[in-house]
Design a protein around this ligand. Structure first.
Ligand SMILES: O=C(O)CCC(=O)C(=O)O
Length: 272
């Protein structure tokens, strides 16, 4: 994976054309410290040899799932996702803490996200990647190949040589790879990317941890989710309810969070 060091797009108005956008300085050091404490408590509970790149659905599975669910409906994140999708109604589909430990974090080969969500139909889905730690080329930050979402191509996946997180990748020509942009973020910055844009990241060869939280949001008006196939709660996080569907959990407009976190609470990270 290579990256010409073109600076990353920070203009939300170019999100649709470029397929991604960076926003800086949204969360304060105190907020980040609280998130890191929650993450570190999670890690302490896990077996020492458990890999940390797949801490999936902390808003459902973490002991303090409320922290992560509240974060997922933070107005700053909803503004970023709603702006990118051009949507006043948003669904939260999933979250994932992706922690690359120093000198150990795995690479994620070039991929598109849309192929990873059974039961989700529609193209208006984006991912917010919130930097919990500083993230740069040295510790394996995310890289995107701009504009590769154009026309929503569903690219074929092939097996990798192994040693990476996903085990599959899409074919990328040297010309495409030369266009890659590194999304170097300070803790508290975020990037947003389209569900079809090609992206990935290298191993963490540095002595610094690289933790990020992904949050997948969909336009509730145009994306349909089959709950049986999705197999976890879908949260309606913003809107006046026009597109709210049966079975979705409405936590928009500061409504109380549910008493229980959802079907997977009993399956803690260590069982995955
Ligand atoms: O965290 C990374 O390195 C990659 C994340 C990713 O692939 C995603 O958010 O879809």
């Amino acid at each position: 994976m290579m990256s010409e060091q073109t600076s990353a797009n920070e203009d939300p108005g170019l999100y649709a054309a470029e397929g991604y956008c960076v926003q800086r300085g949204l969360f304060s050091p105190a907020e980040l410290a609280a998130l890191r404490r929650s993450l570190e408590r999670m890690i302490e509970e896990l077996p020492a040899d458990r890999r940390l790149e797949s801490l999936v659905e902390p808003h459902i599975r973490a002991v303090d799932w409320r922290t992560w669910l509240e974060l997922a409906r933070d107005e700053r994140l909803l503004d970023a996702a709603g702006g990118a999708l051009g949507s006043s109604e948003l669904l939260l589909l999933s979250t994932h803490l992706l922690v690359k430990q120093p000198r150990d974090g795995l690479a994620l080969c070039w991929h598109q996200d849309n192929t990873y969500w059974p039961g989700v139909t529609g193209v208006d889905v984006c991912t917010i990647w919130l930097a919990i730690d500083d993230s740069d080329l040295g510790n394996g930050c995310m890289q995107v190949i701009p504009r590769t979402h154009s026309g929503y191509p569903e690219l074929e996946m092939v097996a990798t040589e192994g040693g990476d997180l996903l085990g599959v990748r899409v074919e990328v020509s040297p010309g495409m790879e030369a266009d890659a942009v590194a999304l170097e973020l300070d803790a508290g910055d975020l990037s947003i990317h389209d569900s079809f844009v090609i992206h990935g990241s290298e191993e963490n060869e540095s002595s610094r941890r690289r933790a990020g939280l992904t949050l997948r949001y969909a336009n509730a008006a145009s994306v349909k989710v089959d709950l049986d196939k999705h197999r976890k709660p879908v949260y309606y996080v913003r809107g006046a309810g026009e597109s709210l569907e049966m079975g979705q959990r409405d936590i928009s407009a500061a409504k109380p969070l549910p008493e229980d976190p959802g079907v997977h609470r009993s399956r803690r990270f260590d069982s995955l």
